[in-house]
Design a protein around this ligand. Structure first.
Ligand code: RB5
Length: 153
């Protein structure tokens, strides 16, 4: 599938890696929408996770990449937005599985966990791997069912 627009966001602990990732993606001819942050001043990762997740959920962007220190807080935040399946990946095997089995639509990375080289490897794999569907589709549908059960509006 052709990637149209990638949403990207980070907190202060991820903005340096985010800048490297933007250059990497643009170097591959991909279009990126940057939701910040873009300086070392301390900010709250849920704000940036929410912005990226809403852009993906509303289909303004096809996929998203989020970065914080560990990738944990921002991935948890993204996963509160209906329709989002954010996967925190520390290597390309996880990236591949998160697409093939989980149909992840947001990739989370920790700047304090992986360096740019590993991050680029993860991203390359994640972007080029397709969802397998089949039995994995039934399981992903069950994730949506859990979401629907707890949605109040
Ligand atoms: C910020 O210090 C740090 O807590 C944040 O980037 C992230 O790692 C949280 O999960």
């Amino acid at each position: 599938m052709e990637i149209n627009l990638i949403a990207i966001g980070s907190d202060h602990a991820g903005y340096l890696l985010k800048a490297d990732i933007i250059k990497f993606l643009e170097g591959k001819g991909l279009e990126v929408k940057d939701f910040g942050t873009n300086c070392p001043d301390s900010v709250d990762y849920p704000d940036y996770g929410q912005a990226v997740a809403e852009a993906v959920s509303k289909k303004e962007c096809e996929k998203g990449i989020v970065i914080c220190g560990t990738g944990i807080g921002i991935s948890i935040s993204c996963n509160k937005v209906p329709g989002i399946r954010a996967a925190l990946c520390t290597d390309s095997y996880m990236a591949k599985m998160s697409r093939q089995h989980n149909n992840a639509n947001i990739l989370a990375i920790g700047e304090r966990v992986v360096g740019p080289g590993v991050a680029f490897d993860i991203i390359e794999t994640w972007l080029e791997t397709e969802f397998l569907g089949g039995r994995h589709g039934c399981r992903v549908d069950k994730i949506s069912d859990i979401e629907k059960k707890y949605l109040t509006k």
